[in-house]
Design a protein around this ligand. Sequence first.
Ligand code: AHG
Length: 280
Amino acid sequence: MTEIFEAIKRSAIRIRYAIENDDTGYSHNQNATGDVQLKLDIKSDLIIEEEFSNVATVKELASEEKEHVERLNESGKYLIGYDPLDGSSLADVNLSVGSIFGIYEDDYSGKNLKASVYVVYGPRVEMVIGYDNRVELHRLDAEHVFHFIQLINLDQKGKLNSPGGTQKNWECHHKEMIDGIFADGYRLRYSGGMVPDLHQILLKGGGLFSYPGTSDNPKGKLRMTFEVFPFAQIYELAGGQAIDGHRRLLELSPAHIHDTTPCFFGSNEEIERVKSCYGN
Ligand code: AHG
């Protein structure tokens, strides 16, 4: 696993450089889900592919930017599901963006997720690793070295609310729940990038991030393999919960690597609130 974490660190340093120096405009390509790709999406994907190409323990890569998986080493043990530059459309307005990695064995189901990592490219570059029953925060220094900073643990209850999805398409029970949370004094924190939004909730002790099923998108927007499972594992290891409204997200298995699911990540009190709203 160490060599995988090292490849992620090398990728992060190169992606950070690209974000700071490359064109933030669109390419002429579309990805597997039909989104027009930014040049930075393509570059970040290439960087990660290059850095993993020499890691013997990696059997296969599945990128949010590619329709099909890519085989690397038949004898490798791990499958990497990753979003090279999540929230990339925020780079041109200089908001934080991130990379997300799930390290799986056998297949891309939640139960086979062995470790999760994300990197936030903000005013500072931080990397969070969920592995071996704990969540670690690391930070990049001026010499391009990541240092361990602290363990991350969620409180039982937080103060932040990050409600995703187009409000006019929310179900009534979802809208009532979100209104109720705000009525109880929670503050709105939503940038449009799940990496900085979920990172903020983790580091400020707790709260709720939701991306529900909506009338136009009953299965939500966020993808299980690349985005949802890694954060679900990190939230659970930090002492919080991650559900689809009914079940633990890590009990789900995508039929296809690009499948999406409604998702709720948070500290325990907020997730209990979601369960009662969604009729568990
Ligand atoms: P993308 O990678 O296509 O930029 O999508 C970002 C994701 C996620 O990071 C964020 O939480 C969510 O999409 C935001 O979606 P909305 O714009 O619908 O709020």
